[in-house]
Design a protein around this ligand. Sequence first.
Ligand SMILES: *[C@@H]1O[C@H](CO)[C@@H](O)[C@H](O)[C@H]1NC(C)=O
Ligand SMILES: *[C@@H]1O[C@H](CO)[C@@H](O)[C@H](O)[C@H]1NC(C)=O
Length: 294
Amino acid sequence: MADFRGVFLLGVVLFVACSVTGVRGTKFDDVIQASWASDHLIYDGELLKLKLDNFSGAGFASKNKYLYGKATAEVKLVEGDSAGTVTAFYMASDGVNHNEFDYEFLGNTTGEPYLVQTNIYVNGIGNKEQRMDLWFDPTADFHAYSILWNPRQVVFLVDDTPIRVYANHEESGVVFPRDQPMGVYSSIWNADDWATQGGRVKTDWSHAPFVATYREVRIDGCGWGAGEELAAAVKRCSESEWGKEGRYWWKKKDMEALSVHQSHQLLWARAKHLVYDYCADTARFPVPPAECKA
Ligand SMILES: *[C@@H]1O[C@H](CO)[C@@H](O)[C@H](O)[C@H]1NC(C)=O
Ligand SMILES: *[C@@H]1O[C@H](CO)[C@@H](O)[C@H](O)[C@H]1NC(C)=O
């Protein structure tokens, strides 16, 4: 009898211990892990927080790499004074000729609007910045920021509204990012040399810590399995027919381009909220880059 009770109590203790770690990790631990300053990455109930103070910023990275798919972070950006800070959410491959799809949220002084800068690197070359403000206050609540990547297009979506499309124009000689598995990353850091009002407004450390809060990180992609040859993964993830497997929904025929409704949303977002587009920056690019002409 006494032995039984001991086993029962041990069971309860284990159950409680597992539940506690379960609450801490479940949603996030399956998908991501700390990649920079794990002491500045804080689990708070169902939420994950990245903290920037005068000692360090913080970041996380996906556990897997992906070849095509959709990555989404539901984030509430730094409240109040966020001037000088940048919170980034991006996908990137490794190496000098890497590909990268970036969201960079540029903080501002209290009450002034955040700017969302997007950029795209293809074969190691970036310089494709666009900047937008938002149609809501991104510090007041959680919003979903997504990157969709398939062999025909890269789409940046905010709450499922497309704000930018980088379409495949290989037929016009424009290189399209493919064949390099990408990780999914997020971080917060001090960038007061350039981020806010061109670097004129510096980070006010008396307002630290600056905290970006995540409610969810979802990645639905073709994972590059451990031990799999890269060539085999590229073939499996890119050469299969559109959505043939069903589970690769991001490659279905209707994901090749925006729907009519999405095209209207994109036009609306850009007409109302675009504040900078490298394609229109003739001082910087007297000859428009090829992808801008395509
Ligand atoms: C960081 O900020 C804290 C609190 O304001 C302060 O006590 C500390 O001296 C600062 N450390 C550095 C390295 O600036
Ligand atoms: C910050 O606010 C100023 C004033 O409204 C605005 O000009 C600027 O674009 C905003 N964003 C950044 C990142 O500087």
